[in-house]
Design a protein. Structure first.
Lengths: 795, 201
């Protein structure tokens, strides 16, 4: 482990080849490039049926009747199920609050809610049969925003709430409320020489993972079911699925199928229970695969938000206070809304020193699409607002926006508005300095090739809308703070089973966890950790399933920290047992067995001075050493419900961006020329994967800045653009070069000093692009995404 | 209906195909070739890109009946396809080292080509095409769902255009969405494959 604040030395790695610190290649890489890797939608079973979900066509309505007769009579249909066919009294599920019906019960609360399910021998047969189910709705008024949710006569989205938040929320249509209050804002306000206020709007983003929700449920002879599924957390799914099926958890055997991306969108259940229900009903394997249209209804989205911010500063550029109110739209079901509120409020001040703070964050229940986890949740929305505020303050004070930020940047030892003193490196000023120092891309790149403009380098691209006329460059900066791991007192543990034995005359380690590999490269890192700790070359990564203990979720930038920590811990225990074995067998031959610090390296037991004592092959013989053990990071505590004070987060993660954009000011077209990033990663266990996470996260932030938004009709609460034709994510032409400066300052509390990295780059990317567009256009731009009409005044 | 066509050099027959089925569905669900991916099924994401008589197409937008009697190459056959190309006056001989080799694989050549078996389910020892190897080496694969379509598209681009500029690569791959990588490592992979190809590695 490195020393706090000192560089961890990216190139050092371990003395066993392929250990931590090296850019080893993905163990699943070959299968993924040959098309053989089995994703959840690739599952196939003889005699399998296809499941189809019928979803509500309206957002808020009572269900008067459901007639499944014609659907059931369709040739090729094996089963049609509605709420009345559910096998037990447990008919709801949910991550924290069990408020989501498996199938609609008398009422639908959002557009696209599951009402009935069908199994048939061909997907088209199932689709057509589902379309024959007649559902009569009596429509209700829709709740779509804070005003309609908290109006005196507002219909309650959920009647008779019994969850643990109902006691402290001001209205039953508010899922959760978290204030963060520290110091005396009124008094601090008097010290302010300048005050800036802003009202910011953040659009609804979709995770848009490419692999659609899908899986295969196979009924088993013991009355249970085997489920092959793409998810972020097998054991969380299991806990929600088994009671609905009326099965003990050991009869629902889950195996992780290939996951085509996640980004938070697979934290909640989608088709898992539906496939199991149909499989158990028909006695046949059932496969369900959403198409892209259905996928937009099949998972939660990023919370859209309205944020009101007021900051003050003295004329020498010191922040005096912050007053903020953040309203997140959670949609029809709670999902991860409480945690999103916790993040938005506790991280709402950003990575700055502000003594006097009054923040309130709430999440609403509405009839809009349910919102929950997406990369950086809560912190992303807040960062967009506070970074816009920083630019406004700097402008008002006549200061450079980067210098203004650096002047107010937090650092190790800063007390956050929650009272938590940050006890590991927080190099916010340094990241800003680094990202600003990176070389600028050349001006007018479209002229690089010669006389004629290369329109591919210009706003509007191959639409050929400009050859440089009206194009203005702008540069913007932003920085953000994200928590790592599950927070607020959650028991955030993981489990690893590590086995060591001789196979084919060579020592081999086998690592078995339930960690969902969703593309992030956790399996690569697990093999590296095993090599480093056990001194072997060959590591087998077993498929993730529920035959081993929970790994927790692949989210919150936590898996390398927590499951990586569990793998390291299990390896250390295995190593002790192997050394014990060695002492018993060979201890009498060499005194160092008893006296020296022993390591496993290069397939051998060696002393810390490098003397070889034995070959692992001889130590192990025909014995296998296997250990399964849980591992937890240090505990956190809940935020005080009135003041938000508390040691709420285990670790923080920081990234800064510089965006360079070119804007066609006549047409409102934006070309992002470059998005440079500087990020502290603590320790890069796999530098290549680290870059992939930072560049991928940056690009999702770019998407929120200039194109991505689920449009919900405010009159009907219906989704208007559920397709990749109408919901745009960045293509390779939209995405600029993303140079990255990786800083490695060890966090002493974390395994190897590492820092969770996946989310931080998604935070600052968006406000940096917005700042650059503002710089190019002089417009205020208080909403994201920015579309051409916002730049041309035709919105 | 019955559809008879050639996939990765082998004659294939699919029976009881419903007229509304796409080439993608027939490949994935009837022929056991799920490498071509079903990310949007509306021609926007490129994850199902295959070669149809040499031309890259979204298999989700091709009706199964349209492929009757034609040649399809999928990601599963890409390594052998690239090898065959190299052996028949492709890059191995230097013929695609000029910008004029813009025709792609001639149809009769594609027809002569046949896939060969690989030895391991775990992928060890699998022979890969240069673009496949470059995707692994450059870190261009994360979740991997976009990868098959990108590989087929990038391989076809390098066949036409062995020394592409960055702008050329971006233009050629603009029909293939990736949600994980931010495309930087994909750019690296294509540059790497082009460089190795021109060095004859």
């Amino acid at each position: 482990m490195g020393t706090t604040g000192l560089p961890t030395n990216i190139t050092q790695g371990s003395r066993t080849k392929g250990g931590i610190g090296e850019s080893t290649l993905r163990p699943d890489g070959t299968l993924k490039v040959t098309g053989e890797f089995a994703y959840s939608s690739d599952m196939w079973h003889e005699d399998m049926l296809w499941g189809q979900i019928l979803r509500s066509t309206v957002a808020h309505a009572e269900i008067v009747s459901i007639d499944t007769g014609e659907a059931l009579a369709t040739p090729g249909v094996y089963a049609v199920m509605t709420y009345d066919d559910l096998p037990t009294d447990v008919r709801n599920y949910g991550l924290e609050i069990q408020d989501t019906p498996v199938l609609a019960h008398g009422k639908v609360r959002h557009h696209g809610e599951p009402v009935a399910i069908v199994a048939a021998d061909h997907p088209e047969t199932a689709r057509r049969a589902a379309a024959k189910i007649k559902v009569e709705y009596r429509e209700l008024p829709v709740i779509t925003d804070e005003a309609s949710a908290t109006a005196p006569d507002a219909i309650l989205v959920h009647q008779n709430r019994t969850d643990h938040h109902i006691g402290h929320v001001p209205h039953p249509n508010i899922v959760h409320r978290q204030p963060i209050v520290r110091g005396d804002v009124a008094k601090a306000r008097e010290r302010a020489d300048v005050i800036v206020e802003g009202e910011y709007v953040f659009g609804m983003q979709d995770q848009a993972f490419l692999g659609p929700e899908s899986g295969l449920a196979v009924p088993a002879e013991d009355g249970g079911v085997d489920l092959y599924i793409a998810t972020q957390w097998l054991h969380s799914d299991l806990r929600q699925i088994a009671p609905v099926l009326g099965l003990p958890e050991d009869k629902v055997r889950m195996t992780l199928a290939g996951v085509g991306g996640a980004f938070g969108g697979r934290e909640d259940l989608s088709m898992q229970i539906h496939a199991c229900l149909l499989a158990l009903r028909t006695g046949k394997p059932v496969k369900i695969v959403y198409n892209r249209f259905e996928s937009f209804f099949g998972h939660v989205h990023r919370h859209p938000a309205k944020l009101h911010y007021e900051h003050g500063a003295t004329k020498d550029g010191r922040l005096t206070h912050l007053k903020a109110r953040i309203v997140l739209d959670g949609g029809a079901y709670a999902s991860a809304s409480p945690a999103v509120v916790g993040n938005a409020s506790s991280l709402g001040a950003g990575p700055y020193v502000i003594e006097d703070v009054d923040i309130e964050a709430i999440a609403l229940y509405t009839n809009n699409p349910p919102c929950g986890a997406m990369r950086g949740f809560g912190a992303v929305q807040a960062c967009f607002a506070y970074e816009a505020q920083m630019d406004k303050l700097a402008a008002k004070l006549g200061m450079d926006p980067v210098e203004f930020r650096r002047l107010n940047a937090m650092s190790q030892g800063t007390a956050l508005p929650t009272g938590q003193v940050v006890d590991s490196p927080a190099p916010v000023a340094e990241l800003l300095r680094r990202v600003k120092a990176m070389p600028m891309p050349p001006e007018q790149q479209w002229r690089a090739a010669g006389e004629a403009a290369d329109v591919r380098e210009l706003p509007g691209g191959l639409s050929n809308t400009t050859h440089g006329e009206g194009v203005v460059r702008g540069v913007g900066y932003a920085v953000g703070i994200k928590n790592v791991g599950f927070s607020e007192g959650f028991d955030d543990y993981s489990t690893a089973r590590v086995r060591m034995e001789v196979v084919g005359g060579e020592p081999v380690a086998t690592v078995h966890t339930a960690m969902a590999e969703v593309g992030q490269g956790g399996i690569t890192v697990h093999a590296q950790i095993a090599r480093t700790e056990l001194g072997v070359t060959r590591v087998t990564i077993n498929p993730a399933d529920t035959q081993v203990g929970s790994a927790g979720s692949t989210s919150a930038s936590r898996q390398t920290y927590v499951t990586g920590g569990a793998v390291r811990n299990a390896c250390e225990l295995v190593r002790e047992r192997v050394l014990e074995l060695g002492r018993r067998k060979f201890g009498t031959y060499h005194p160092a067995w008893a006296t020296a610090e022993l390591l496993l390296e290069g397939g051998k037991v060696v002393t810390d001075a490098g003397e070889v004592l034995a070959d692992l092959v001889d130590v192990l013989g025909d014995e296998a050493v296997e250990i399964e053990e849980q591992w937890r990071h240090r505990p956190t505590e809940p935020f005080d419900p009135r003041t938000g004070q508390g040691f709420g987060h285990v670790q923080y993660s920081f990234a800064a961006h510089r965006a360079v954009v070119e804007v066609d000011t006549e047409l409102g077209m934006v070309k992002v020329v470059e998005l440079a990033c500087a990020q502290d990663v603590g320790k890069a266990l796999n530098p290549l994967s680290v870059l992939g996470q930072i560049q991928g996260g940056t690009t999702q932030g770019l998407g929120i800045a200039v194109m991505e938004e689920i449009i919900v009709d405010p009159k009907t609460a219906k989704v208007r653009n559920p397709s990749f034709t109408d919901y745009l994510i960045p293509t390779i032409l939209d995405t600029p070069t993303i140079p990255v400066d990786v800083l490695e300052l060890a966090d002493d509390h974390a395994p190897y000093g590492l820092r969770g990295i996946g989310e931080a780059p998604t935070l600052s990317s968006t406000p940096a692009v917005l700042a650059a567009i503002r710089a190019a256009t002089g417009l205020e731009l208080n909403r994201t995404p920015v579309r051409p009409e916002h730049l041309t005044g035709t919105a | 209906m019955r559809v008879t066509f050639t996939v990765n050099g082998r004659p294939q027959e699919a029976d009881d195909v419903w007229e509304g089925e796409s080439l993608l569905y027939v490949l994935r669900e009837r022929l056991g070739l799920p490498g071509s991916k079903n990310a949007c099924e509306q021609g926007e994401c490129g994850s199902c890109t295959v070669r149809l008589d040499g031309v890259p197409v979204c298999a989700c937008l091709v009706a199964a009946g349209q492929v009757e009697g034609r040649d399809v190459v999928t990601v599963e056959g890409l390594a052998d396809f690239a090898k065959q190309r190299a052996e028949h006056g492709g890059c191995a001989s230097g013929a695609c080292g000029t910008a004029d080799a813009a025709e792609g694989t001639p149809l009769d050549e594609a027809r002569r080509w046949a896939a060969r078996g690989t030895d391991s389910q775990a992928g060890e020892g699998t022979e890969l095409s240069p673009i496949q190897q470059a995707f692994i080496d450059a870190g261009a694969v994360q979740c991997g769902f976009c990868t098959p379509g990108l590989l087929v598209a990038a391989d076809e681009m390098l066949e036409r255009h062995p020394n592409p500029t960055d702008a050329d690569i971006r233009e050629a791959l603009s029909g293939n969405l990736c949600r994980c990588t931010g495309y930087e490592k994909i750019m690296d992979a294509v540059r790497l494959a082009a460089a190795r190809q021109s060095e004859g590695v």
